[in-house]
Ligand binder design. Structure first.
Ligand SMILES: O=C[C@H](O)[C@H](O)[C@H](O)COP(=O)(O)O
Length: 229
């Protein structure tokens, strides 16, 4: 029986093998994206392909540096040939919840730079409706936490500031210096509307709903192998 990690690796390897020589590629964050980055490094070494990455977090940047993957700064580019990333929930329309690792704001900026956005995951991430298992991660300007909590409540969500244990006392602070919180909604009937409503709340600089962004999903399933849609 394949472990969860083996399934994530299968999806990561499949996506890394889609990268072509000469591409500039956005590299996501998380345990599944890490497998993709490892495979990309292996291809750069063994096949001699020239690929430049754009990282979505300090975590991925450090991994790329240790593996010798050349990187460009996010602020230097406005178009990417491809972006590959993991997700926390994926619905049948390829809408996503992302941000378990607090990287969703930078991941969304990078994802907005491509029309080739590939999501990789084990099949346990597939849901019929977003919000089934996960809360919606928010990135919030610290001084706006009280007003954001009130406004999100009016939309039916319960906001909890995410705590940094075991590696840090107090709240999780994003790579951009903002507070991370999670807003729990009942399964989300209209994710597109909720995404727009959250964008209208001053003080929220990013949320983990990724609507109509992914162009391909690769799911690794124990019984069915790789599923693409
Ligand atoms: O902030 C983290 C990201 O959105 C991740 O891509 C997402 O949480 C999936 O991570 P993993 O592949 O570790 O489940």
């Amino acid at each position: 029986m394949a472990s969860m990690d083996e399934l994530k690796k299968a999806a990561g390897v499949r996506a890394a093998d889609m990268i072509k020589d000469g591409m500039i590629v956005g590299l996501g964050t998380g345990s599944t994206a890490a497998h993709m980055v490892n495979r990309l490094a292996e291809r750069i070494k063994t096949e001699g392909i020239h690929v430049t990455g754009v990282s979505t977090s300090w975590s991925t940047t450090l991994q790329c540096r240790s593996l010798g993957i050349p990187l460009k700064e996010m602020g230097e580019v406005s178009h990417l040939d491809m972006v590959i990333d993991g997700a926390d929930e994926i619905d049948p329309n390829r809408n996503l919840i992302k941000g378990r690792g607090a990287a969703h704001l930078l991941e969304k900026i990078v994802a907005s730079m491509t029309d080739n956005y590939v999501i990789i995951a084990d099949s346990g991430k597939a849901v019929q409706q977003l919000g089934t298992k996960f809360a919606v991660p928010l990135e919030i300007i610290p001084g706006a936490i009280a007003v954001v909590t009130e406004r999100v409540k009016k939309l039916g969500g319960e906001v909890k500031v995410r705590m940094g244990a075991p590696g840090k006392d107090g709240p999780v602070i994003s790579d951009s210096g903002n507070l991370i919180a999670d807003a729990k909604f009942a399964p989300i009937a209209d994710p597109d509307k909720l995404a727009r409503d959250l964008e209208h709340i001053v003080g929220i600089v990013g949320h983990g709903l990724f609507i109509n962004m992914a162009t391909k999903v690769i799911l690794a399933d124990e019984a069915k192998g790789l599923i693409e849609f």
